[in-house]
Design a protein around this ligand. Structure first.
Ligand code: DHB
Length: 391
């Protein structure tokens, strides 16, 4: 097979890039190891920046985010048992949309099918070679057991944090920047009415909790747990009691309980591969960097990478000049490091270390109180959360 751009990974980043390239008349093929149904039913993030929403709607993927998603004009920071609203619209004139990643994938996959895009799900034995040459290649076995080789001009690795593309870059040609956190999230999905109209990021002596939503009858919630926590050891009552204890306060706020139909422990860390390029291989999304989930930045960063990378590839084919491609890594990394800082800050400010000293606890509450009582502090949070401008 021959194509202009070969894309490894058919999650939101890979499919969005494929969509934009095809619209611009640039030939591309996507290979993805999972099948469509597995990706569609894997629960991931839930918040889209306004820039991500615009990418979906203005490039003709779908308007479903506007009709099925929920626009949120703020969040609550809750600590010391009291809620403090961060009003995004008032502070920075922007909003975010609650629209789960599964739906983003569903819309992108449907748009690729509608536009006759070449996306091959369920492939195996994928490898990438000749990365530093003018004809990098993707080798894979398709879902019918047939072996293929794709010859391309440009290869894009959008194959997630455990993907093969990053690992195909020689160790001496990349710097792996990472930190681990002593935290994980216990995530649940419950069949219940919403407990609150907007997201609540709660700090408590017992640890962090996040009250999120999905729709009128399904809710998403998380609470900080030990990275080695066994989800099976938690009964529904124990989960609800723990979540409730973390949002308890004098205002009597009470979670609306319901049957829990999914429980998962999510470990997290911060990672950035530098540069996001080796030869003619370019990394986008989680394949090149991961953030802890606390600022809801992962999916949004992936789409922001894709926007920069698409413009670079488009310019390369239109002008034959590699200038924008050469600038891709630096440009994408600027936003990545800003988002790393924001995610690190939200994580450290809102979580509670089990070994925290009284000084550390009170300092953390001082930080939260400083943020919510300062228009400037709140505005920084609002600006970062709703998303820095794409250009
Ligand atoms: C959700 C996940 C996040 O990491 C976050 O910061 C906000 C919402 C969610 O899954 O709803």
């Amino acid at each position: 097979l021959k194509t202009q751009v070969g894309i490894v990974g058919g999650g939101p980043a890979g499919l969005m890039l494929s969509h934009l390239l095809s619209k611009s008349g640039i030939d591309n093929i996507v290979v993805e190891k999972r099948d469509h149904e597995t990706i569609r039913t894997t629960h991931r993030a839930g918040i889209l920046e306004h820039g991500s929403v615009r990418m979906l709607t203005e490039t003709g993927v779908s308007d479903r985010v506007l009709t099925e998603g929920y626009r949120h004009e703020g969040i609550d920071l809750r600590f010391g048992g009291e809620s403090h609203r961060i009003d995004f619209e008032d502070l920075v004139g922007e909003s975010v949309w609650l629209y789960p990643q599964n739906e983003v994938f569903t819309d992108l996959a449907a748009a690729r099918e509608r536009d006759h895009g070449d996306v091959r799900y369920g492939v195996s034995e994928t490898s990438v070679t000749d990365l530093a040459t003018d004809t990098p290649k993707i080798l894979f076995t398709d879902s019918n057991g047939r072996d293929f080789e794709i010859h391309c001009d440009i290869l894009v690795g959008s194959d997630g944090s455990g993907g093969i593309c990053k690992r195909s870059i020689p160790k001496e040609a990349r710097t792996d920047n990472f930190i681990e956190y002593p935290f994980a999230w216990f995530g649940i999905l419950t069949k219940a009415a919403p407990s609150a109209p907007e997201l609540i990021y709660a700090n408590s002596d017992r640890g962090f909790a996040l009250i999120s939503q999905r729709n009128d009858s399904v809710q998403r919630m998380y609470f900080q747990c030990d990275p080695n926590e066994d989800a099976g050891a938690w009964s529904e009552d124990r989960i609800w009691d723990e979540l409730q204890a973390r949002v308890d306060g004098p205002d009597g706020f009470e979670l609306t309980r319901g049957p829990i139909f999914e429980k998962t422990v999510l470990k997290f860390r911060s990672y950035v591969c530098e540069p996001l390029r080796y030869g003619n291989l370019f990394l986008a999304g989680d394949a090149g960097h991961t953030v802890p989930p606390t600022g809801a930045k992962g999916l949004n960063l992936a789409l922001a990478d894709v926007k920069v990378l698409f413009e670079a590839i488009d310019s390369f084919y239109a002008t034959k000049s590699p200038d924008l491609l050469d600038g891709y890594s630096d440009k994408a990394l600027q936003r990545v490091w800003r988002a790393q800082n924001f995610s690190y800050w939200m994580t450290s400010m809102l979580h509670t270390r089990t070994d925290a000293s009284p000084f550390e606890r009170k300092r953390a509450l001082g930080e939260l109180s400083g943020v919510v009582s300062s228009r400037h502090g709140s505005a920084y949070l609002a600006e970062a959360y709703t998303g820095w401008p794409h250009d």
